[in-house]
Design a protein around this ligand. Structure first.
Ligand code: GRF
Length: 203
């Protein structure tokens, strides 16, 4: 069984999509064992608790040195035997210590078609504002592996979403979540669970 941790910072709609997908049997060889929030106010914590999943806060603000934060995150994950890490609306940058501890085993969902509108400073509504400012007619979401470059790891899945006349950043974000993010992330988790489960059983 692949032990999954989901790292969150906000509302947790992507976490909820994973919880619902797991309940529907989308990744039978994986189990969400932990939700880790970078701040105590993340509503995602309530979603975890409602689903009976251990929910902890490793507050970014509590650590002056980013390297100490990374170590606290690694310790929280490794002490629970986590195999696969999913960043679902997680807003803190994870440093080398975390990436080295989980090589090719950290997933991130980004709300654009990378390499457009990504990298430092592109998160949440800012991504959709940039897409609208540029005037693109199609945007979407990307699931990628995490490396030390923000939004720079290997792309695993992408899904396109139309930009509609009159879209605001909020209406576009909602459509990208509904039509792309909430579908892609469970698919990517299922892919990685198959890979990791296969590796451990030599399939
Ligand atoms: C979403 O736009 C997601 O693409 C980005 O963070 C935002 C909030 O996600 N990664 P959630 O509702 O907290 O899952």
């Amino acid at each position: 069984m692949v032990k999954i941790a989901v790292l969150v910072s906000g509302g947790g709609t992507n976490l909820q999509a994973l919880i619902d997908a797991q309940a529907a049997g989308a990744f039978p060889n994986g189990n969400i064992e932990l939700v880790l929030a970078s701040n105590a106010k993340a509503y995602a914590l309530e979603r975890a608790r409602a689903a009976g999943i251990e929910a902890i806060v490793v507050s970014r603000k509590s650590y002056e040195d980013p390297a100490d934060y990374d170590q606290a995150v690694v310790q929280a994950l490794q002490s629970r035997g986590i195999d696969l890490v999913v960043l679902a609306g997680f807003l803190s940058i994870l440093g080398k210590a975390v990436i080295d501890a989980y090589p090719d085993r950290i997933l991130n969902i980004h709300p654009s078609l990378i390499p457009s509108f990504c990298g430092a400073g592109f998160y949440g509504l800012r991504v959709h504002q940039a897409a609208l400012d540029y005037g693109v007619k199609v945007t979407g979401a990307t699931v990628h592996l995490v490396n030390e470059i923000p939004d720079g790891g290997k792309i695993l899945l992408q899904k396109a979403v139309d930009v509609l006349p009159g879209d605001t950043p909020e209406t576009l974000q909602r459509r990208v979540m509904e039509q792309a993010e909430w579908k892609l992330l469970p698919q990517a988790v299922a892919m990685l669970c198959d890979q990791l489960d296969g590796a451990s059983t030599g399939k």
